[in-house]
Design a protein around this ligand. Structure first.
Ligand code: SF4
Length: 365
């Protein structure tokens, strides 16, 4: 928190309006899962074979300057030099979130040393049944939980990251939070799914109104021991208590194509350098307010969490709201309790569905 706070304050004092908070570094697109809601593994084989070299990763990290580096993919543990990449980033004192489905984690733990800079961010999309359905792999939950236990036993930092799609059962998600806290993970990260046009299952992405309703049910009447690895104001944004403009430069993406315009989710071209990305992206064309249909339903953390962090440091009101949200964490809400009693929507089956042209727009409200 101190690293992020001092970094943001330095950016503010320097008068920078667009600054990166987390670099999304994708060293490869290959994966050992084929999740219905993921758009990354649909690339042709010659792209899936490509890896960023450690030197390319270090150059991007140095150029960007963000204090945190998130390593999604693809499955980063399938990169043959992932140990070297992590070692180089730890040496640079970057806070690293290595995002993994954990299928390979147990057998690859020997590649890493426990460090305050390294956190395994394990992809778990809910309790056993929900997670296995989301990742289209029976037994995936048990393998991941087993790996989490082993990583914790060996002294590594571990958090979870959870993507929630339409049909998620808020009661089950809350029970999942209890399970993760009992397991001993440090914190949990949440995000609504984004409607990737490459994802095979296009039916289960959430519109903004449904996103807010679902997160209100899940995150109100919070238990004291739940720890989230997210800005408290971003959680309030998900619950519909705040609105923010998208700040996609806050979490820029670098991958085998270069610096991706404008964000982790859309691909409107690439830049060769981070400076070129900032200078040549037409930022006004993105975010919900822009009217861009690709952004209409988006509330994902890679677009809006940096906005929430920026709001914390932009005014005394933002700072006090963050302090209040951090200290008074229960969010008592009787209507949210009622929402929990609504019958859950049927869960989608364990198949990949190809309906690429179906309209997803629900509301831009
Ligand atoms: S609103 Fe979402 S899709 Fe659009 S630029 Fe922001 S993060 Fe990307």
């Amino acid at each position: 928190m101190w690293t992020v706070s001092s970094y943001v304050i330095r950016q503010k004092l320097a008068g920078r309006k667009q600054y990166p908070l987390v670099l999304m570094l994708e060293p490869l697109f290959r994966c050992n899962l084929a999740c219905a809601g993921c758009g990354k593994i649909q690339y042709p084989a010659h792209i899936l074979k490509k890896d960023l070299t450690p030197e390319e990763c270090f150059r991007a990290v140095d150029e960007c300057g963000a204090p945190m580096v998130s390593i999604p993919g693809g499955e980063p543990l399938m990169h043959s030099q992932i140990g070297e990449i992590i070692e180089g980033l730890v040496a640079r004192k970057k806070y690293i979130y290595l995002c993994t489905n954990a299928l390979l984690l147990k057998e690859k733990l020997h590649l890493f040393k426990p460090s305050k800079y390294l956190t395994f961010s394990v992809h778990l999309d809910g309790q056993r049944e929900e997670h296995d359905l989301a990742v289209c792999r029976e037994g995936g939950y048990d393998i991941a939980v087993d790996a989490v236990k082993e990583a914790l036993k060996r002294g590594f930092r571990v958090t979870t990251n959870t993507t929630l799609f339409d049909g998620a059962n808020p009661k089950s998600v809350r029970a999942f939070f209890d399970e993760m806290m009992d397991l001993g993970v440090e914190g949990m990260m949440l995000s609504p799914g984004y409607s990737y046009d490459k994802a095979p299952d296009q039916k289960h992405f959430l519109g903004r109104a449904r996103t807010r309703r679902m997160f209100r049910a899940i995150l109100s009447n919070r238990k004291k021991n739940w720890q989230f690895n997210l800005s408290p104001l971003f959680l309030e944004f998900l619950m519909g208590k705040r609105t923010y403009p998208c700040t996609p430069w806050g979490m820029p993406t670098y991958n085998v194509f270069g610096w991706q315009k404008p964000c982790y989710l859309l691909q409107d071209g690439y830049a060769e350098t981070f400076a070129e990305l900032l200078a040549t992206t037409e930022w006004q064309n993105y975010g919900t307010e822009s009217g861009n249909p690709a952004c209409a339903n988006c509330m994902v953390h890679s677009g809006y969490e940096a906005s929430a962090v920026n709001a914390t440091f932009s005014s005394l009101g933002g700072f006090l709201a963050t302090v209040k949200a951090t200290l008074s964490t229960s969010y008592r809400d009787d209507e949210a309790l009622r929402l929990l009693e609504e019958p859950p929507a049927p869960v989608h089956p364990l198949v990949q569905i190809a309906t690429p042209n179906e309209s997803l727009q629900e509301t831009r409200a």
